[in-house]
Structure formats: structure tokens, C-alpha cells
Write a protein that binds this ligand. Structure first.
Ligand SMILES: Cc1cc2nc3c(=O)[nH]c(=O)nc-3n(C[C@H](O)[C@H](O)[C@H](O)COP(=O)(O)OP(=O)(O)OC[C@H]3O[C@@H](n4cnc5c(N)ncnc54)[C@H](O)[C@@H]3O)c2cc1C
Length: 342
């Protein structure tokens, strides 16, 4: 199998095949601004202003725990860690909603404990002790090193592939594969081999900060969040822009994060880096996986949106089952049948 794209989707599919003893070649263009390389990797059970339990949370989390534990054993390092999240209310509506819903979330919530000399929280908040963080960049780096010669740093141009019904050839390499799975994230918008997916991507910018003496290991989130990277270095983000879909950091993005951070962070900080990536969101906010409706030798894994760390293991497993005919793909995650026009 050829896997095109070595972000969260492609790398997680590669491990899933590895654990099944199935051969693969993973080709990745190594885009430093790919969503996976800039992602914070949070797994947050209660998201958004509606304070709703994340879709299918228990099922996805169980798959993620099983999967990352196996990878951690292979790579002999900790990658998927418990990282409590402090959620500060942004307005009274949010606070009232939380009070109304308290006890019905299906996950543990705790009382807010925060040092008022470092954080302002006039409306209060709550803690999610069971939030997680995947160290995404390290997961990718260490996985690709582990796969060794099965990983190639190159860009595949989909238009150069010779696509047949039961195999495809990569003329440049003079190699044939039974199937190529495209795991390109937001770059998949430009892949002409598939009918256009209903992409609704969102650019996200993120800052690296030096905050001497803050000494906070939890994620602190008030619409924008900060999380410790190591020592006095923290990440802070992120913006959500549906209009500008490039990966260039902007002054406006930086200003937005800094302003919103100052609304609750009481100590001075210095910006040491600034990055941006594009989240591969589909308009139903659910991943799409499976074989091409016409060409058996093509398949897709995309649409991880803002929740790749949580969802990639579950959908990689489903896709591997679907491709080997050992299981079915959830009806709402499968690729649509061919359109009338092509
Ligand atoms: C600022 C920001 C913060 C985020 N925070 C979180 C978070 O806290 N938690 C969370 O779960 N998710 C988060 N996300 C979302 C998460 O990053 C995505 O869900 C996930 O990374 C998508 O992974 P992917 O593999 O589908 O795509 P990508 O990460 O975009 O990977 C695609 C890969 O394919 C390669 N590629 C593309 N085309 C080709 C080609 N033709 N040939 C070869 N290689 C190719 C690219 O180089 C890239 O490596 C965040 C995203 C952003 C932008």
C-alpha cells in the first residue's frame, strides 16, 4: 500500500498496518506548516461555547488509548499524556450553561483552583482533569524514524499516477501498488483524482511564548489557551480563520492571540515564535475515509478537522478494515457514490 501524506492521518494508518503485519510505503513532502506539525494535540472532552461533550467521545478515546499505548511501547517514550485543562468562563451565558448542565457531561469535572496573581477569572470556571495531549510533532518524528526505509520524503503529483482498476503505477519510481491512500490534509483540496470534498478548512495561528516563572502545567483555556512546552516556554493559540487559507503567520493573528491572552494572563510574556497551519475540516465536521467510488486502487483519509489526535486511531482502524475487507466503515464516514457529472 502507498500512503500519501505523513501527518496524523497517514502516520496513524501506517502504524495500524504495521501492527497488522501489512506492508506499506509512506511518502511525505514534509511540509513544516502542515496542520499536524503545528497542532497542539489536545483531546478535550467538552468543547465550544455550547459546552457539549465531543462527538462519540468515549468510543474515540478508547481507540486512541489502545492505539497510542501500543505506539508508546514500540517507541519507548511517552506521547499521549494526561493534561488537565482549566476552562475559564468567557461570559455569563457560558457560566450559566455550565451550572445547568453540571453532572450531565459524562466526564469528570472539578472545581477551579487557580493562582489569582497569575490568572484573572472573574466569572470562574471549572477543571477537566481527564483532558489529554498528544505530542504530535514528536509522534510524527519518532514514528517516521522508526519506519526507516518505509518512509520517503517526496511530493507525489497525483496527475502523474497511472491509475488502473486493481493497481496504480508511480512512473517516477517505476513501482506499482494495489492501492494508494491519500492522507493529504488541507492539501487534498487540490487533488483532481477525487470529486471535490465539501471542505470548510480553517487557518489557525499559534504563538510560542517565554513566560518566566509562570510554572503552570495544566492547559488554561478561555477561548484561547496556553500550555507549557518546557521550562518557561509555552504555546498559545489559536485563531480560527475561514477566509485566508495560507500558512503565513499574520500580524492580525498574533495581535488577536496576545489581546485575548491578556484578558486572563496577569504576567508579562515575550513572543519567541509564531506559526500557522490549516485544519482540514469538512463541512459536516466528520472524517471521510474509504475507497474511491470508481477506482479500487485509490482511497482517502481526510477531514480530521480540529480533532485529529482523538479521531485518527479510530478511523485508521476502520479504514484498514475496509481496505482489507475485514470490517465495515461507518455509513457517515464513507466516500459518496460517484456524482452524475464525472
Ligand atoms: C493551529 C492548529 C491547532 C490545532 N490544535 C489541535 C489540537 O489541539 N488537537 C487536535 O486534535 N487537533 C488540532 N488541530 C487539528 C489537527 O492538526 C488536524 O486534525 C490533523 O493534523 C490533520 O492531520 P492530517 O494528517 O489529515 O493532515 P496534515 O497534518 O495536513 O498532513 C498532511 C501531510 O501530507 C503531506 N502531503 C500533502 N500532499 C502531499 C503530496 N502530494 N505528496 C506527499 N505528501 C503530501 C503534507 O506534507 C503533510 O505532512 C490543530 C490544527 C491547527 C492548524
Amino acid at each position: 500500500m502507498l500512503i500519501v501524506g505523513g501527518g496524523l492521518a497517514g502516520t496513524t494508518l501506517a502504524w495500524t498496518l504495521h501492527f497488522r503485519g501489512q506492508p506499506f510505503v509512506l511518502v511525505d513532502s514534509g511540509d513544516p506548516s502542515s496542520a499536524s506539525r503545528v497542532a497542539a494535540g489536545f483531546v478535550n472532552p467538552i468543547t465550544g461555547q455550547r459546552l457539549a461533550l465531543s462527538w462519540n467521545y468515549a468510543t474515540f478515546l478508547a481507540a486512541a488509548e489502545r492505539f497510542y499505548t501500543k505506539v508508546e511501547v514500540e517507541l519507548n517514550r511517552s506521547l499521549f499524556v494526561r493534561r488537565p485543562m482549566v476552562r475559564l468562563f468567557q461570559n455569563e451565558l457560558e457560566r450559566d450553561r455550565f451550572t445547568r448542565k453540571a453532572g450531565t457531561f459524562g466526564v469528570t469535572t472539578g472545581a477551579l483552583h487557580l493562582d489569582k496573581s497569575r490568572f484573572a477569572a472573574p466569572l470562574g470556571g471549572f477543571e477537566l482533569p481527564d483532558a489529554r495531549q498528544l505530542h504530535v510533532a514528536e509522534y510524527l518524528r519518532a514514528s517516521h524514524a522508526f519506519f526507516g526505509e518505509r518512509v520517503r520524503v517526496a511530493r507525489i503529483d497525483p496527475t502523474t499516477l497511472a491509475v488502473g482498476s486493481d493497481h496504480l503505477r508511480v512512473p517516477e519510481w517505476n513501482e506499482a501498488y494495489r492501492v494508494a491512500v491519500f492522507c493529504q490534509g488541507a492539501a487534498g483540496r487540490a487533488n483532481p483524482l477525487f470529486d471535490p470534498l465539501p471542505f470548510a478548512p480553517a487557518k489557525g495561528e499559534m504563538l510560542m511564548l517565554r513566560i518566566p516563572g509562570l510554572n503552570e502545567d495544566r492547559i488554561v483555556n478561555r477561548g484561547v489557551w496556553i500550555v507549557r512546552e518546557s521550562g518557561d516556554i509555552y504555546r498559545a493559540g489559536s485563531t480560527y480563520d475561514r477566509n485566508r487559507l495560507d500558512t503565513t503567520p499574520t500580524a492580525a493573528g498574533r495581535a488577536e492571540i496576545e489581546t485575548r491572552l491578556r484578558e486572563f494572563l496577569q504576567v508579562p510574556f515575550e513572543v519567541v515564535d509564531h506559526v500557522a497551519g490549516v485544519r482540514p475540516i469538512l463541512d459536516d465536521r466528520k472524517p471521510t475515509i474509504g475507497r474511491h467510488p470508481r477506482w479500487n486502487s485509490l482511497a482517502l483519509f481526510n477531514g480530521l478537522g480540529s480533532k485529529g489526535s482523538l479521531q485518527a486511531p479510530y478511523f485508521a482502524e476502520q479504514l484498514a478494515n475496509g481496505l482489507s475487507n475485514t470490517g465495515t466503515i461507518d455509513a457517515d464516514a464513507g466516500l459518496a457514490p460517484p456524482s452524475e457529472s464525472t
